[in-house]
Write a protein that binds this ligand. Structure first.
Ligand code: BGC
Length: 710
């Protein structure tokens, strides 16, 4: 009895204590409470001013939290290939930190070329760890815009021309990133497919092309990847800027797809308070400070979603419904990221991150041509390899626009070849001089690439050194300077710059074993393709560039990358150029440039197939040092149930272990509409020992009138 009374008293005491504790810890601070409860609790404690403060920037890359409630500032950063070095609070100049040198992962075009979704996940996880260590809550990426023209200045940041491939890679990148409590910000939503006139282009596109080509990767990012953030694009659609576009943001993204995350403006992509309030923009960043500084102590107060919004709210021009919706979304983002207590502190420049960067890079490199087995170069050979070209020595992590990085190290192709073969077996000739500058936004490479010799002298030197070499490996291609693979502009021509065609042709005449490695994010014209033995697409590979390239060139890694885009012979083989609709037409008396996507759904290989155009290298093409055979391809479903399933056996018929990508292309069932001859709808990467076979299953949710497994 006594014991009973005692324990009842204890229970009552415990109850009181628990209630008291519960009262002390507000729900929004309780990590075990569900996010929506926390959001509602925080929201009801906030003043209108506090709500407005969290929906716009307070510095170049951060927005305010709610200090009174213990909610910290929110930090974004580029993206998408590594964590960008810090700039000053309100300036683009470098902050001059000494702890922000990162690992640069390969550009997303390379990631796509791996056709390996597990690597996309690893990419996201590794990047998130670097972001956490640097105190960043959101990475401004991945970029998932479709490459519509090989001139596209930002194609290197995107994942090719195919909506399915881009979707699969984006979903895993996002899942990996967000599994660590770092938000993705999928960009640039949407129709930001070229850079020329990027602020003023008004894209005109059919609904069908919008749905089938340009939106699927964003939709998958939201619905399957569960992205917490999405960035509006600079350009216009239906005459309205995409950072506050009613149709894309309100009707499609938030309406149809049920997106519960935040819409972030591109930096300087906001143009109107009215539209930003009503058309779904949730966080405004980077608005120009020009003209906004009139006597105000903080220009950020004058952002469209700052004081002008507050004034409108006070005057009753705007209701609190939109504000609450924006604040809810931003709070949800906080509870998913910056307010988490279980994220850990991340890690930077770890061995694991370098290993991930090297693996992704090596798996993405594409062996495009390999006549007479010019590759691999046997490291046990007794002769010499002549390495030629500016891209063998030029750092590529600096430049290209907002994706530019400050790296702890970047192994050049030349150093990678020396490490793999030994210094005595590698000679170097400059071959051509491209762009010798090496700085972006205050980060400098510190390289002196100046060389005053004429093109003729440089070619003569390379040709003469080639005489003593067993093989000549040219590292050429593009770089990240303006009008190359760089944000802000597109390339002006499909040809290789800096007289490289002359160099390659001269070397091909002088030597039997010439290997051209193209460092780029885009295809380029190769009028000499037949004259060289081997061609390799080497992308922008980040910190481990030289090691990964040497791995593949010397056979330490058997190449398994496949092109994520079509490599046309000439520009006129591309729909946007054949139809002459790129880059659009300036509207009379206005800055607006109308660009009509007359190619519709026929982008990339869909166009080439339709018009029977043979590309130099097809979408999905990529060789290996071994050979594979596909056999027994068959459809395995009974035709009922709407899902088509297929199976095929892949056999490694060569002598080297290797990986092959098996791709399912379908032609959609006849419904009276014109359908592309082939559309990629599934793929799997399989690794096989010599002689080994594996059976692979592939599927497509929908009706099929024809199919092929390639
Ligand atoms: C780019 C974005 C980038 C942002 C912040 C913009 O100019 O278009 O991709 O994330 O700047 O640097």
């Amino acid at each position: 009895m006594n014991i009973m009374r005692h324990s009842t008293t204890a229970m009552v005491a415990l109850l009181i204590a628990t209630t008291a504790t519960a009262q002390k810890t507000p729900a929004y601070l309780d990590p075990s409470a569900d996010i929506e409860t926390r959001v509602e609790d925080a929201l009801k404690r906030m003043t209108t001013e506090e709500k407005v403060r969290i929906i716009h920037a307070q510095s170049k890359f951060s927005s305010a939290g709610v200090p009174r409630l213990g909610i910290p500032d929110f930090w974004t950063d580029d993206g998408p290939h590594g964590v960008r070095p810090d700039v000053l609070w309100d300036e683009w100049e470098q902050a001059g930190q000494t702890n922000d040198s990162c690992v640069a992962f390969p550009a997303l075009s390379c990631l796509a070329a791996t056709y390996n979704v597990e690597l996309a996940h690893l990419y996201g996880v590794s990047l998130a760890e670097e972001a956490l260590y640097r105190g960043k809550d959101m990475i401004l990426g991945p970029g998932v815009n479709i490459c519509r023209t090989p001139l596209g200045g930002r194609n290197f940041e995107y994942m090719g021309e195919d909506p399915w491939l881009t979707s699969r890679m984006a979903v895993e990148y996002i899942k990996g990133l967000q599994s660590k409590g770092v938000s993705a910000c999928v960009k640039h939503f949407c129709l930001n497919n070229d850079e020329e006139n990027r602020f003023t282009v008004n894209v005109k596109v059919s609904d069908r092309a919008l749905r089938e080509i340009y939106l699927p990767a964003f939709e998958a990012a939201v619905k399957e990847g569960g992205a917490w953030g999405i960035m509006g694009a600079y350009n216009l659609y239906q005459d309205q800027h995409l950072c506050h576009n009613k149709r894309t943001l309100m009707d499609i993204l938030k309406g149809e797809w049920g997106f519960d995350g935040v819409v972030v403006s591109d930096w300087g992509g906001t143009h109107s308070t009215d539209e930003a309030v009503k058309n779904g923009l949730d966080m405004e960043f980077g608005s120009w400070t020009n003209g906004l500084t009139h006597g105000a102590s903080n220009a950020y107060d004058n952002y469209y979603l700052a004081n002008p919004y507050l004034a409108g709210l006070r005057k009753g021009r705007y209701s609190t419904a939109e504000l609450d919706d924006k604040a809810r979304r931003v709070l949800r983002l906080f509870f998913r990221t910056s307010m988490r207590t279980d994220r850990g502190h991340g890690s930077m420049c770890s061995e694991a991150h370098y290993a991930a960067a090297r693996q992704i890079a090596a798996e993405g490199i594409v062996l495009l041509q390999n006549k007479r087995n010019a590759l691999p170069i046997d490291p046990r050979m007794t002769g010499k390899v002549l390495v030629v070209g500016e891209n063998a020595i030029k750092m590529m992590t600096v430049g290209g626009g907002s994706s530019s990085l400050k790296v702890q190290h970047e192994i050049s192709p030349l150093d990678g070849m020396i490490a793999a073969l030994g210094r005595e077996k590698v000679d170097f000739a400059r071959g051509y001089v491209g762009d010798t500058t090496g700085n972006y936004n205050g980060v400098t490479t510190g390289q002196d690439l100046s060389d005053r010799r004429s093109p003729a002298e440089l070619i003569a030197e390379a040709v003469s050194k080639a005489e003593d070499a067993d093989a000549v490996v040219i590292f050429g291609g593009l770089n990240k300077s303006d009008y190359q693979d760089c944000e802000g502009h597109d390339r002006q021509t499909y040809s290789l710059p800096y007289g490289q065609d002359e160099l390659v042709s001269a070397l091909a005449k002088a030597h039997k074993r010439v290997i051209f490695v193209c460092i780029s994010g885009n295809p380029v014209a190769m009028p000499w393709a037949n004259d060289v033995e081997a061609i390799v697409e080497g992308w922008y590979l980040g910190s481990e560039t030289g090691n990964a390239l040497a791995d593949v060139l010397t056979g330490a890694v058997n190449p398994s990358g496949k092109l994520p885009f079509t490599w046309p012979v000439k520009l006129e083989d591309v729909g946007a150029h054949a139809l002459g609709t790129y880059p659009g037409t300036r509207r009379e008396g206005s800055d607006i440039v109308d660009e009509e996507y007359e190619d519709g759904i026929y982008v990339g290989y869909r166009w080439a197939d339709k018009h029977g155009i043979k590309p130099l290298f097809a979408f999905g093409h990529g060789l290996s040092y071994t050979t594979f055979k596909l056999s027994g391809a068959r459809r395995t479903d009974d035709g009922a149930g709407g899902k088509a399933t297929f199976s095929v056996t892949v056999t490694n018929t060569g002598k080297t272990e290797g990986a092959e990508v098996v791709k399912l292309f379908i032609r959609k069932a006849d419904d009276g509409m014109d359908h592309p001859l082939r559309e990629l709808k599934d793929f799997k990467k399989v690794r096989l020992a010599p002689g080994e076979s594996k059976t692979v299953e592939l599927s497509y949710e929908g009706g099929v009138s024809a199919w092929s497994i390639e």
